[in-house]
Design a protein around this ligand. Structure first.
Ligand code: SF4
Ligand code: SF4
Length: 339
């Protein structure tokens, strides 16, 4: 889901221009303060007036760049990380009682993921903070929050433009942040809630390679191999939606929220594979050894699958039909009609 207006690319351009203008005027360690255009803007105005009248209040520091939004939950981690890539030291979101508490929880969860990425890359300090002020009675606390120390940003601001597609923006931001990072571990573990990045763990003992999960995946992160019984996975594509986990009839899959920094993240890796089962009549592979053997084991004692009938389960669909119609002692549907 994405906002049609204002478009993500316009929001991104606004933040990028804000940061570039601030930097070209000699500004440093900018903190972007995203707030609503109604209650949020009113609170910041109240804070400014309080700072003029009351010597105890400090007001909005010069390094804080306020930006009004139609809704404070309309931006997410791809835009915040882009802001840091474009030169921001921090991104803060000011929420009030204007927004339902569920939005605060969702924004906080996204911030935890974004912070885990930057901390994992060695950027020091707290980059993302949710500021909550119900009304003017919370001005003192808001005033104190705005005086927080800056966090470590990138040495060189990125030049990329925020894209209409969130995922494309996220990848561009990550590429720049990784390139400028002090440390580059193979994997950064991310919080269990709200991560749009991650891998899958598979229980190979229970997976039957039915490939239901491939059909469930909306972004082609899971793929089959038309040439062999294989389940393949591209971590870069996975949005951790958990549709595959819920679809798997064997409960063989689980999410692993993480950011992998290895080249393998962008490649299709084999999650599970099995030996193909060849038709005992024509030799064509038509299933996996594991599923056919399991089916034979379960049906071997069934009265309907004795002798030739059990043997037919080892044949591909075509050979099964040929075998039925070429057997002399087989009861055919045409025989039933005649009697
Ligand atoms: S992980 Fe589950 S859904 Fe996917 S192929 Fe294996 S058994 Fe089927
Ligand atoms: S979690 Fe979602 S995106 Fe990732 S592999 Fe499963 S279905 Fe695909």
């Amino acid at each position: 889901m994405t906002y049609a207006y204002p478009r993500a690319s316009e929001q991104g351009l606004k933040i990028k221009t804000l940061l570039a203008t601030y930097a070209s005027a000699g500004g440093q360690q900018a903190a972007v303060l995203l707030h609503s255009q109604e209650a949020g803007a009113r609170l910041l105005g109240d804070l400014g007036r309080a700072a003029r009248l009351d010597s105890a209040a400090q007001g909005v520091p010069a390094r804080v760049l306020p930006m009004a939004l139609w809704h404070t939950a309309s931006t997410g981690l791809e835009l915040w990380l882009s802001a840091v890539a474009h030169g921001a030291s921090q991104v803060w979101v000011l929420m009030t009682d204007e927004e339902a508490p569920e939005y605060r929880a969702a924004v906080r969860a996204q911030m935890d993921v974004a912070q885990a990425i930057l901390s994992g890359l060695g950027y020091q300090g707290e980059h993302f903070r949710l500021l909550y002020a119900k009304d003017a009675r919370d001005l003192a606390a808001l005033d104190a929050d705005l005086q927080a120390a800056p966090a470590q940003g990138v040495a060189q601001a990125a030049g990329f433009a925020v894209q209409a597609d969130k995922r494309a923006t996220l990848e561009l931001a990550l590429d720049h942040l990784v390139a400028q990072a002090a440390v580059q571990p193979d994997v950064i573990a991310l919080p269990a809630t709200g991560s749009p990045l991650g891998a899958l763990a598979i229980n190979k003992d229970t997976c039957t390679l039915c490939l239901s999960c491939v059909n469930a995946c909306p972004v082609s992160a899971l793929q089959d191999n038309p040439q062999a019984p294989q389940l393949k996975f591209i971590e870069k594509n996975c949005v951790q939606c958990s549709l595959c986990v819920k679809t798997c009839p064997e409960k063989a899959l689980s999410l692993v929220p993480q950011l992998s920094l290895t080249a393998q993240r962008k490649e299709a890796v084999v999650l599970n594979e099995m030996q193909p089962y060849a038709c005992v009549r024509c030799g064509k592979p038509f299933g996996t050894l594991k599923t056919i053997e399991s089916m034979l084991g379960k049906l071997a004692s069934h009265s309907m699958f004795q002798g030739a009938a059990l043997e037919r389960l080892k044949m591909c669909g075509d050979c099964r039909v040929i075998d039925i119609y070429s057997a002399d002692n087989e009861l055919k549907i045409t025989d039933i009609r005649q009697t």
